[in-house]
Design a protein around this ligand. Structure first.
Ligand code: HEM
Length: 307
C-alpha cells in the first residue's frame, strides 16, 4: 500500500463499520454533545502555565461517544467500547485546546503500524476459516493487544458514572519552567457505576445518549480532572505501558456539565477534536500513537465534510 498508515487506518475502520456512513466519523460515529465549565484547582497552575489552569472558569464543549464507525450502534453492544469523551476548552482570544480520552486505561498498540495490524486482522477474520483466526494469531503475538481486548469493559450506568483515561502522555510546563510528564484521568463525581450483565442486555439502544442529556439538564454532571505524574524513568512514549497506581496524582480541576447542545447531530458534524491542539504549557510526548492521531482524524474529518 502506498497510502499513509493513518489513511489506511481510517479505511479499515470504515470497512469494519460496514461503511462509508455518509457524514459520520470513521470511529466514534455515535455521540452526543453537552456543555459546561471547567474550574481549575489552586495546584493546577503549578503543573502548567496553560490558560485554563490559571484562575477563573473556562467554557467547555463535551462530546460523548461509542466506539466504532457504526452511527446507530446500541450503547450496550459489546463493540461500542471503549466509550469516548472529547472535551474542548474554549480559551480566551478564540483559542481552544482539546482532551480526547477513552473509558479504558491503555491502548492495544504502541505504534500506528501495530494498530493497523490489529484492525486488519479483525477485518480479515470475518471471512476467514483459518484456525487460529487472523485476529487470534495477532493477539497471540502482541500481548498489549491481547490485554486490551480481554480487559472487561462493562456497560456504565451512565456516562456520568464512567471514568475516562487520556492514555497518551503529555509534557506539562509551569511558569517557572519546571516540567513533568502526565496522563489525564477523568473521574466521575458520582463514582464508577456499571450495569449488571442482565441489565446491560435489556438496556435501550440509546440509553447512554439519552440519560446524559437528562442528567445535565437536571442536577448537572461533574468530573474531577486528575493528572497522573510520571516518575523519572517511566515510559512516556508508549500508550500500552501503564504507570503504577502508586504514582503521584494531582487534581487539576472540576468539570461541571449543565447544558445540552441543541441539535447536537448538526453541531458535531463540522467539529474535529484534536489531541494535539495544545496551548503553551502543554506539549506532546513523542508517543507515536499520539502523533498519528491528528492525521487520521483529519482524513475522517475531510471525508465527513466532503459528503
Ligand atoms: C493511531 C491510533 C488511533 C486512530 C487511528 C484513531 C482513529 C480515530 C478516528 C478516525 C476518529 C474520528 C475523528 C473524526 O472524524 O473527527 C477518532 C475519534 C476518536 N478517538 Fe481515536 N484513534 C486513535 C487513537 C485514540 C486514542 C489513543 C484515544 C484516547 C485515548 C482515542 C479516542 C478517540 C475519541 C474519544 C474519539 C471521538 C472524538 C469525537 O467525539 O469527535 N483515539 N479516532
Amino acid at each position: 500500500e502506498d497510502k499513509p498508515v493513518t489513511e489506511q487506518l481510517v479505511d479499515t475502520l470504515t470497512t469494519l463499520s460496514g461503511g462509508p456512513h455518509k457524514g459520520y466519523r470513521a470511529n466514534h460515529a455515535k455521540g452526543v454533545m453537552v456543555e459546561g465549565t471547567f474550574t481549575p484547582t489552586a495546584q493546577a497552575a503549578g503543573i502548567s502555565s496553560a490558560p485554563h489552569f490559571k484562575s477563573g472558569s473556562t467554557p467547555v464543549l463535551v462530546r460523548y461517544s461509542d466506539a466504532t464507525g457504526v452511527p446507530n450502534i446500541p450503547d450496550a453492544n459489546g463493540n461500542a467500547f471503549p466509550k469516548g469523551i472529547a472535551i474542548r476548552f474554549k480559551l480566551p482570544n478564540d483559542e481552544a485546546t482539546d482532551i480526547v480520552s477513552i473509558s479504558v486505561n491503555g491502548f492495544p498498540a504502541a505504534t500506528p503500524e501495530d494498530f493497523l495490524g490489529l484492525l486488519n486482522a479483525v477485518r480479515d477474520s470475518a471471512n476467514s476459516t483459518a484456525k487460529p483466526s487472523p485476529v487470534e494469531q495477532f493477539v497471540g503475538s502482541h500481548p498489549a493487544a491481547l490485554k486490551f481486548v480481554t480487559t472487561p469493559k462493562p456497560a456504565p450506568v451512565s456516562f456520568a458514572t464512567q471514568p475516562f483515561f487520556g492514555v497518551n502522555a503529555f509534557k506539562f510546563t509551569n511558569a517557572a519552567g519546571q516540567s513533568v510528564y502526565g496522563r489525564y484521568q477523568i473521574i466521575p463525581g458520582a463514582g464508577a457505576q456499571y450495569l449488571s450483565k442482565e441489565a446491560a442486555d435489556k438496556a435501550a439502544p440509546d440509553y447512554l445518549m439519552e440519560d446524559i442529556v437528562t442528567r445535565v439538564k437536571g442536577q448537572g454532571v461533574q468530573y474531577k480532572l486528575v493528572l497522573q505524574i510520571a516518575d523519572n524513568g517511566d515510559v512516556v512514549n508508549d500508550a500500552t505501558v501503564l504507570w503504577p497506581d502508586t504514582r503521584k496524582t494531582v487534581e487539576l480541576g472540576t468539570l461541571t456539565l449543565n447544558r445540552a447542545v441543541v441539535d447536537s447531530k448538526a453541531a458535531e458534524k463540522p467539529l474535529m477534536f484534536n489531541p494535539l491542539l495544545l496551548p503553551e504549557g502543554i506539549a506532546p510526548s513523542q508517543d507515536p500513537i499520539l502523533l498519528a492521531r491528528p492525521a487520521a482524524y483529519a482524513v475522517s474529518y475531510g471525508r465527513r465534510l466532503a459528503n
